[in-house]
Design a protein around this ligand. Structure first.
Ligand SMILES: Cc1cc2nc3c(=O)[nH]c(=O)nc-3n(C[C@H](O)[C@H](O)[C@H](O)COP(=O)(O)OP(=O)(O)OC[C@H]3O[C@@H](n4cnc5c(N)ncnc54)[C@H](O)[C@@H]3O)c2cc1C
Length: 524
């Protein structure tokens, strides 16, 4: 085998996944089509839930010079969503995508991930125990073998096509022109509109402005190249009355408003993550965040399978958990597409939606979804904390203060005992190779922790089990049973009784017959 896991694509999703896999002990190889990073920055912001994940891995120091905002828009409405009321320590981190990729790339490499640039995945064959990947390189086609393959190769994913996974959705209805331009003193415009179209102008640093403009009556041109500067300037002048003449363009691009989701996120030993699995338009800034969230959900599960304790059910839980999240993102994107289109009916809808977003509860509800802070997996049980990301709180220990976020650095499971009478550590002892135990005190009044005595947290920072044992009492049998069930569900059989999970060694019988194969159908 060339690696435990091969990832196609060194975008933000692939890089985050590579690091998560390394933290889980898997050997990782990324194959990336581009000879070197583009230096372009499609995304300019990362939403709060993904910033929480970066923080959980101790990466915030790398982004210390970036600024944060605490609101976002919904469908370009001028009444913003207020993220400051959410239960999160973070806002939207304004960071150019090239910087995100640079930092994630350095982190992943530092952890031991290998990245081969100039390697385009063009073929994929699945066997019972491995996957063979063909990659075009400047020196001809090379074949690599791994136990699992992840397609993090963007919306035109070759891995998805080679695996025969469909990508249905709604085709684009707009042709949005975009330009990063310097040398002009432009005024900030937040999604202005008139009867001709919609536009925005915002500074992206170093004297550069990003201009986005589209006409309501201009359909997308299939397969069109990036626009010329003249084309963007022409649209900016006729739709928005903004003259870009004399400016220096740095990046020209066009994008539509298509929304698509893959039929499935798993085909045997092949998984899809990030834009390869789902795509929505840039407005709302949800997509990069979703890719990073996919990566943290999948990384530890694949790592567990490689280590020998992760079952097939655990691998299936990636799709079970992430598919509904992607469906909700697509639903929100389609609503926003409508709000961002033209016509008197839409103007009326926007007016009503603006009034609705004034209501705190509506604002809070939509903020939770767009920020991804409200993403909750179905882990069973009804405690409000279950399935959500572990909330950021300051805890007290005999050695001083520690935050819940700091306890997540290792990307292992965590049993956090915060009750007067810790009573669960013995159950976790057989899982010492994959679950840490920490004992701490929660200061009185910490929201959400009232009555909580212990919490089991998965490596992706989501809460899997909560106990509320009365003060002074021994851990109840029911709580101990529930913890045992949660441990087996998320962390497999205890170390000395592993069975049923795939062997972590390379000595398994090699099966010759492919169970699925393909070659690239067109230019990736
Ligand atoms: C104009 C614009 C603005 C945006 N703004 C935001 C924003 O503010 N916030 C936000 O969250 N999102 C935003 N997005 C979306 C965001 O850029 C994407 O969601 C993000 O890049 C997806 O990351 P990814 O790693 O899944 O895929 P990608 O970034 O597309 O990376 C895929 C990688 O795979 C490589 N690849 C492709 N095919 C192959 C192959 N066959 N073999 C090997 N490698 C291959 C590609 O070269 C690429 O490096 C924006 C998008 C656009 C277009």
């Amino acid at each position: 085998m060339d690696a435990d896991v091969i990832i196609a694509g060194a975008g933000p999703t692939g890089l985050m996944l590579a690091a998560e896999l390394r933290l889980a002990g898997a050997d990782v190889l990324i194959l990336e089509l581009l000879p070197e990073p583009t230096g372009q920055s499609r995304a300019l912001g990362i939403n709060p839930r993904a910033v929480e994940l970066l923080d959980a891995r101790g990466l915030m120091g790398r982004f210390a010079d970036q600024h944060t905002i605490t609101n976002s828009h919904y469908g370009a409405l001028h009444r913003p969503l207020d993220f400051s009321r959410l239960d999160t320590a973070h806002g939207v981190m304004m960071v150019p995508q090239r910087r995100t990729e640079k930092e994630l790339g350095e982190w992943a490499r530092g952890l031991g991930a290998r990245i081969l640039h100039g390697h385009t995945v063009v073929g994929l064959t699945q066997y019972a125990d491995r996957v063979e990947v063909e990659a075009d390189t400047s020196e001809g086609t090379r074949t690599f073998t791994a136990r699992y393959v992840v397609g993090a190769d963007g919306s035109r994913s070759s891995v998805r096509q080679l695996s025969g996974i469909g990508y249905p959705g709604v085709p684009s209805t707009v042709d949005a022109l975009m330009c990063d331009v310097s040398g002009l003193d432009l005024a900030f415009k937040f999604f202005e509109r008139n009867d001709r179209g919609l536009w925005a102008v915002f500074p992206v640093g170093d004297g550069v402005f990003r201009v986005v403009v589209y006409a309501f009556d201009r359909p997308p041109v299939r397969g069109a190249d990036a626009p010329s500067f003249e084309e963007v300037n022409d649209a900016a002048r006729t739709i928005a009355g903004i003259d870009l003449t004399g400016g220096t363009p740095h990046w020209l691009s066009r994008h539509g408003n298509t929304t698509r989701i893959a039929d499935r996120f798993r085909a045997e030993r092949v998984f899809l993550a990030g834009d390869a699995a789902h795509v929505v338009p840039p407005a709302g800034g949800q997509l990069l965040t979703t890719g990073l969230h996919d990566a943290t959900n999948l990384g530890w599960k694949l790592g567990a399978a490689v280590a020998g304790w992760g079952s097939d059910d655990l691998l299936d839980s990636y799709q079970d958990e992430r598919y509904p999240v992607a469906e909700r993102i697509i639903l929100n994107a389609r609503v926003q597409n409508l709000l961002m289109s033209g016509g008197l009916d839409i103007a009326a809808l926007r007016e009503l939606f603006t009034e609705l977003v004034e209501f705190d509860e509506v604002n809070f509800y939509l903020s939770g979804q767009l920020s991804a802070v409200s993403v909750r997996y179905d882990v069973g049980g009804d405690h409000p904390m279950l399935g959500l990301g572990l909330p950021h709180r300051t805890l007290e220990t005999d050695a001083g203060e520690v935050t819940t976020t700091e306890l997540l650095r290792s990307a292992r499971g965590l049993l956090l005992e915060v009750g007067d009478a810790p009573g669960f550590a013995d159950l976790v002892a057989p899982y010492a190779d994959r679950v840490d135990v920490r004992v701490a005190r929660v200061p009185a009044g910490s929201p959400g922790f009232d009555g909580v005595t212990a919490v089991l947290v998965r490596p992706d920072t989501h809460v899997a089990w909560v106990a509320e044992t009365p003060a002074g009492a021994d851990a109840a049998d029911a709580d101990r049973d529930a913890l045992g069930t949660a441990l087996r569900r998320w962390f497999g059989a205890p170390a000395d009784t592993n069975s049923g999970a795939e062997s972590g060694t390379e000595s398994g019988t090699q099966t010759a017959a492919p169970v699925g194969a393909g070659t690239a159908g067109g230019t990736p």
